[in-house]
Design a protein around this ligand. Structure first.
Ligand SMILES: [Zn+2]
Length: 328
């Protein structure tokens, strides 16, 4: 749903982005570096230069904050973080995590009240009004102290100061760490979310749980950057080159569906108990290497949640690769 989550509408509402019922499972996407990058540009196009006429913070720590009278200066994305800078040396830091979103509506309009529960901030300006929805992190910091909220991040794959050797150095620092966990860790490099993580592992032909010491990290990082850069120039988040619904990804959201290359049912690992807390998909044939054992086999409910790109057409089929024979 990423395309709709961060789609910033002016003057009309994108109900798919707003409705909780549609949040999960639409297009199988979540906010990642490329989508936050796009959101920052769209927000900038609509709001930079505008003057804030009112701010309604619905988070306890800033309940009394008032940005009225400040000018909107800039939007910057760093990984999945966004910095909104205002005159007077103040920055709003937001982090999208799994399903945060900014929604813009035209002057004089407002979001339907049915979505009030999801609103964390209403930022009114002399132009459009911006709503921060479901944003798990929303805080004000002095612009001079932005490092305190984003300084821990590794090189930003889409940032002007991208530093590949530094990203590889950070990834290599813990050589036994499973690859998918290492590349999701934003302290190593910023911008890879779950979609890009599992698709990158697939395209490099390695199990997501391969120790990083056994991975060609420069090649992997270069591929991830190439995909993210391609994504910011094209709609949606397509890794297969095929934009038709249900064809956009290799393994992400495709539990038990046939691998597009070899036909093996795509494996799925629920997030329960994984230190990086994300669902993982992979092709056991195209991506040799270690994988979770039978004891950690996902539940039926977990499987259902794992199928969010295509209809669930093979419930009774057992996941190949969940045989308990951990390879590698
Ligand atoms: Zn395969």
């Amino acid at each position: 749903m990423i395309a709709s989550t961060v789609r910033l509408m002016v003057g009309c509402f994108d109900m798919r982005a707003l409705s909780p019922a549609r949040r999960k499972g639409h297009d199988g996407a979540v906010p990642e570096g490329d989508s936050v990058w796009k959101a920052a540009r769209r927000m900038a196009a609509a709001l930079v230069g505008r003057t804030v006429t009112g701010s309604d913070f619905r988070v306890p720590q800033h309940a009394t904050a008032d940005l009225s009278g400040r000018q909107v200066l800039a939007f910057e994305s760093i990984g999945k973080h966004m910095l909104t800078r205002f005159s007077g040396g103040l920055t709003l830091h937001t982090h999208f995590e799994m399903d945060g979103a900014w929604q813009l509506v035209g002057a004089g309009k407002r979001l339907p009240s049915a979505f009030d529960d999801e609103v964390r901030l209403v930022l009114s300006t002399d132009g459009p009004t911006a709503y921060a929805l479901r944003m798990p992190v929303l805080e004000l910091v002095e612009t001079a102290r932005e490092d305190e909220v984003v300084g821990h991040l590794g090189p930003d794959l889409l940032g002007p100061g991208w530093d590949e050797p530094e990203a590889v150095r950070r990834l290599s620092a813990d050589p036994d760490r499973p690859l998918v966990e290492a590349i999701l860790d934003q302290k190593n490099l910023a911008g890879i979310g779950n979609l890009w993580a599992v698709e990158t592992c697939y395209l490099r032909g390695v199990s997501p749980w391969t120790p990083v010491r056994d991975v060609d990290l420069p090649a992997l990082v270069r591929l991830a950057r190439r995909m993210l850069k391609h994504s910011i120039e094209h709609p949606g988040q397509v890794t297969t080159g095929d934009t038709r619904r249900g064809q956009t990804h290799w393994v992400y959201g495709r539990a038990e569906r046939p691998c597009r290359r070899c036909g093996t049912p795509v494996g799925f690992r629920d997030s329960n108990g994984l230190p990086y807390g994300r669902q993982t998909w992979w092709c056991p044939s195209c991506q040799p290497g270690p994988f979770p054992s039978l004891a950690e086999r996902p539940t039926r409910a977990g499987l259902r949640r794992g199928v969010n790109e295509e209809s669930f057409g093979s419930r009774s089929r057992r996941l190949r690769g969940s045989t308990g024979l951990s390879r590698g």
